[in-house]
Every structure is written in C-alpha cells, then in structure tokens.
Design a protein around this ligand. Structure first.
Ligand code: SF4
Length: 367
C-alpha cells in the first residue's frame, strides 16, 4: 500500500460514508419529511393523463411511496432543467426565469423555463434513446398546451419541449403549436376532476381503456413490474390471497391474461428447445465425422462449393476440484473460506399444471 510520507497516519480519519450512502440518506429524509407538492392541488402538468389519479390524490388517498431508484430518476429530470437553462442563460444572461407559477381556476402548474426576450416557454424532460421515436409524448404536449392556454398566449409565447437524452447528453427540441380545440378538451377533463373533488367527493372511475398491467397503471421493465402509486386502490381488489393457501395469490381479469400469456411463452420455448436439442444431436454427429476427415488429412477447413467450415481445437478449461482437495486433506475448508463467493439468489419459475382429478372407484369399476 502506498503511504504518503508527509501525511501523519494519525491525522487521517476513515470516511464513514460513501457518496451513494449520502444520496440514500437524502432520499430517506425527503420521504420522511413533508411533500414539496400540495397533494390537494389539481396539476396542469397532469392534464391529459389519468384523471382518477388526480382525484385520488386530492381526496387524500395516500400513494405507495416512490422507491429510492424512482426518486433518483426524478432528480435526474432536474439536471436536464439545469443544463437546458444554462444554454439559454448563455444566450440571454440574467434574463431567464424558472418554475414560473401558472395559477388557474382549474389547477396549478409550474413552467420549467421562461425566456422573456425570446418569448419562449421551455418544458424540460429527460428520456432514453430508445424512446426517441415516440417523442414528443402526448402527455407532455398536453401539459404545454395548458401552459400556453392559461399563460403563454397572453404573452405571445412560442413553446417547445426539450428532451435531454440520458445516454448521450444530446438535447432534442420539439415545438408545440397551440391547438384551441385540444385545449378545450383538456380543460373539460380538468373540470370533471374538479367536480369529482369538490362536489361528489368520489374518485372518478378507472378509464375504460386502462388495464392493470399496462401503462399508465403498470408496466414491465428490466427491473420488474413498475406500478402507479395508486395501483392498489384501483386494481388491488383484483389480487387476493387464497384462503386455503396463504402463499398463493389468486388473480382475476385482466391479470389472468398475463399469466396465460406467460404459460404460453414457456410452452413455446419448451417446444423450440426440444427442436434445438434434436438439431444438437445431428450437429454433434456431423462434427464428429468432420474431425475424423480433417485429422486424417491434417487440415482445418472443409469446403463444398460456397460453404466452408473451419475447425479450431480450443484448449480445455482449467478448473480446480476444490471439494476433492478438501476431501484429500490437501487444503482445509477454513483456509478457503475467505475465498468463497456466494452468488445473488436467482429466480426459478415453474408453470404448474392443475393436478388431474382421480377417478372415483365407483366410476372405475366395470362389471
Ligand atoms: S392505477 Fe391506473 S387508473 Fe389508477 S390512478 Fe394509477 S393510472 Fe389511474
């Protein structure tokens, strides 16, 4: 280990935390503290999105708290705002405004960035390369349409949605043109939300075309199923633990469709595997024949017309049979303990077929 001769060792205090610990602590404190947003407000940023979510939140239903990962993703959104603002600041120093309040009788919004000398309203978002083809997202266009309607039009503003691409840092901008008819439709939606909150005091129903495992209610990601924070209030009744078996969760439509699809995929994969195993047997036989020919001729390539097949003899992998070494007393179990590495638990999924009902004796007997 390198030791700086000028640094007395007793002055170096071991650092008790890492940066990732600090981030985790920050999010935990934020989760424990009061929300920065008023849950009872109708949000213009959610115009055109799930109306039930706005009503659930405003009526005091408490969503599942976001995971630390989701909080980190949300915070990355703010970084996009910083970078996009810096570009406009360079062009118009000291003349940009952030988080501009848009207060209306139908809801409240905050414009990410307003550039008065250019009369430009900028909504800042982050996204990934694979979503480029879907941009601009309709929910973002709805949000900006509301900002133009209630605030920007009176200032002859033009508007854009700027997406920072996470993988590359590039920014893609999409202009938003005000559409009066679309604005009307969105306002009607906000009025329905408002009526549910103030008059009936009941959440509006789940929109007809929403499904339990489809966006925006839930969506599959490489990290697992992600769900809207209010999912349990909307779809929780569709999942129940069976009384007779506590480890079995019975699902009802539409989740049953996902289970059926999964079973179908597994069945198809099994059929393909069986075919692949058959091909493997034939391939092994052919390769064995080729090796004989090449070895006898001391060659490495077989050729027939356009097809050439090259053979390379790969050296065998070296492995140490540590269990045998322990059994022979060459090395002790205690000595290798520090070198043991236990892998992460993995998932095993088994599609279980219903057990066939046994025929009753009465039915089986033939006289
Ligand atoms: S689960 Fe679906 S229907 Fe319920 S609030 Fe969320 S998005 Fe809306």
């Amino acid at each position: 280990m390198f030791t700086d001769p000028d640094t007395p060792q007793d002055l170096v205090t071991p650092c008790p935390v890492s940066t990732s610990d600090l981030q985790k602590q920050k999010y935990e404190q934020e989760l424990a503290g009061p929300s920065k947003f008023d849950p009872h407000e109708i949000r213009l940023s959610e115009a055109g999105q799930c109306p039930r979510r706005q009503t659930l939140r405003a009526l005091g239903f408490v969503p599942t708290p976001p995971t630390l990962r989701e909080m980190a993703i949300f915070e990355t959104g703010h970084l996009a705002e910083e970078r996009i603002t810096a570009l406009w600041e360079q062009r118009y120093p000291g003349q940009t405004e952030r988080e501009v309040l848009v207060q209306t009788e139908f809801g409240v919004g905050h414009i990410d960035l307003w550039v008065p000398p250019a009369a430009r309203l900028v909504e800042c978002k982050t996204t990934t390369e694979k979503r480029l083809k879907d941009l601009p997202l309709s929910s973002h266009v709805a949000q900006v349409t509301m900002y133009l309607h209630f605030w920007g039009n009176a200032r002859q503003a033009t508007a854009e949605i700027s997406y920072l691409i996470k993988e590359t840092g590039e920014i893609h901008s999409y202009p938003v043109t005000y559409d009066r008819q679309y604005a009307r439709e969105l306002i009607v939606g906000l009025m329905e939300v408002q009526a549910a909150i103030q008059l009936t005091r009941e959440p509006v129903p789940i929109p007809d075309d929403y499904q339990a495992t489809q966006y925006p209610c839930a969506w599959y990601t490489p990290q697992g199923l992600r769900r809207c924070g209010f999912w349990d209030y909307c779809w929780g009744a569709h999942v129940t633990t069976m009384a007779e078996k506590k480890d079995v969760v019975a699902v009802v439509p539409p989740l049953t469709a996902d289970l059926a699809e999964y079973a179908r995929i597994r069945q198809q994969q099994q059929a393909l595997k069986a075919q692949s195993d058959l091909l493997d047997v034939r391939r092994d036989a052919l390769e064995a024949g080729f090796v004989d020919i090449l070895t006898s001729r001391q060659a490495t390539v077989l050729r027939a017309g356009d097809v050439s097949v090259k053979h390379t003899l790969m050296p065998g992998r070296i492995t140490t049979r540590i269990q045998d070494a322990i059994a022979d007393g060459v090395v002790s179990e205690a000595a290798i303990k520090p070198y043991l590495k236990i892998g992460q638990p993995s998932h095993r999924w088994t599609v279980q077929k219903p057990a066939k009902k046994a025929h009753s004796k009465k039915g089986d007997s033939h006289k």
